[in-house]
Design a protein around this ligand. Structure first.
Ligand SMILES: [Zn+2]
Length: 397
């Protein structure tokens, strides 16, 4: 039995944004006790003067892209499925080492994030916990087709969702299972951002079929046309969401739909002139300005936001990218304790893993980041003062 205390640290109560000075007992990977009277004779990890936060959860990554390339889409076509899988192994391990203990992968070639998640769970390779959506479903005129699967008709959409479900079951992915769809163009691509790529009826079919099979749906949607149609169809998360106005943000709040803004990547792309294509920089600059306004409005209205970084995208650097996203959200006016909720407990609950992860509470997996400085005082502690990372009670080495 694996049984020890993490002793003497400042333990973040992420729901309330303050610290408790108690010891955490970790038994077989989960937090079993929070106490100021630790039992004698049990091994102790000394955390005196350190800060313990829940492991970071990034709800939007692409592990098959390594983030260092100016053109990951062409790389994917050149490298093929096996090399992309290996890149995913590397990205998942680098994420974990840095303190990102869970990611939701929202687009890869050949659904390969699903077996990658299984390989990590079974211990074949080391890496963060993965909630894999498989390849992104999209129409022929889609966004990033090399990490997607084309489905144009309702019959094809239903077929793909059923096949995805079957693959999750075969690979024993813990529920909730996610589906990713592409419904507008994007910055990274030559296509027109504007028109929604599926009709209202097709979107409703996607949402109904997925929900019927206890799956949830994430939609890449930047334009007003795509976002508004997705929301009315009952899609669960809006990814990127540049054209979110107050009416749509209010609708989302009322219908428990969630925004994954990915503000860091558009800021990074808008600052990458000379490295990536000019057309991409121009599109990203427009998106960044819209997102900044929508981000402030969402906070005012109380729309649910969870952290997603789009890690792996062009020129944003090796995995992870979650900390840049956290720092950008903070720069956009969100206080540090709220950013941390978006990156942990709120994310876990919305993604469907709230019983197991997202906070340092009894019964949850001991996914813990240990820092040598207070992240509520300065968020950069995550990248400047990292001490160690624990995943499911195991020190990450
Ligand atoms: Zn993405």
């Amino acid at each position: 039995m694996n049984d020890f205390y993490m002793s003497g640290g400042n333990v973040l109560d992420v729901r309330n944004g303050d610290y408790i000075r108690k010891d955490l007992r970790i038994t077989d990977g989960r937090i079993s006790e929070i106490t100021d009277r630790p039992e004698k004779g049990i091994p102790v990890v000394d955390c005196t003067g350190k800060y313990l936060t829940p492991g970071i959860i990034d709800a939007h990554v692409h592990l098959v892209w390594d983030g260092t390339s100016p053109d990951p889409m062409t790389d994917t076509e050149r490298d093929g499925d096996y090399l992309c899988f290996a890149k995913g192994v590397m990205g998942a391990y680098n994420s974990l080492k840095a303190g990102v203990t869970t990611v939701r992968d929202v687009g890869c070639n050949d659904d390969c994030a699903i077996p990658l998640a299984a390989a990590i769970r079974r211990g074949y390779v080391k890496g963060c916990n993965i909630i894999p959506a498989g390849s992104a479903i999209q129409g022929s005129y889609g966004h990033c087709p090399m990490i997607g699967y084309v489905a144009n008709t309702e019959a094809e959409l239903i077929d793909k969702i059923k096949r995805l479900k079957a693959y999750h079951i075969k690979m024993q992915t813990p529920p909730v299972h996610w589906v990713k769809i592409m419904t507008s163009g994007g910055a990274a691509g030559m296509e027109d951002v504007g028109p929604c790529m599926y009709s209202d009826r097709e979107l409703k079919t996607i949402a109904e079929e997925a929900h019927r099979l206890n799956m949830k749906v994430a939609s890449h949607a930047l334009s007003y046309d795509a976002i508004s149609r997705c929301l009315k169809a009952g899609i669960d998360t809006i990814e990127h969401g540049a054209d979110l106005d107050e009416e749509l943000l209010t609708y989302m709040k009322e219908h428990d739909q969630c925004w994954v803004p990915t503000v860091g990547v558009y800021k990074s792309l808008s600052e990458s002139r000379g490295i990536i294509a000019d057309s991409l920089v121009d599109k990203a600059t427009v998106v960044k300005e819209k997102q900044k306004k929508a981000f402030a409005a969402a906070r005012e209205i109380g729309t649910k936001i969870i952290l997603g970084s789009d890690a792996g995208s062009a020129n944003c650097g090796a995995h992870p990218f979650a900390f840049v996203e956290m720092y950008t959200m903070h720069d956009f006016g969100m206080p540090a304790d709220e950013v941390l909720r978006c990156a942990t407990v709120n994310s876990a609950e919305y993604l469907g893993i709230g019983n197991d992860r997202g906070s340092l509470e009894i019964g949850k997996y001991a996914d813990i980041v240990v820092l040598n400085a207070d992240p509520l005082a300065d968020m950069h502690a995550f990248t400047e003062a990292l001490d160690s990372v624990f995943k499911e009670g195991q020190l990450v080495e």
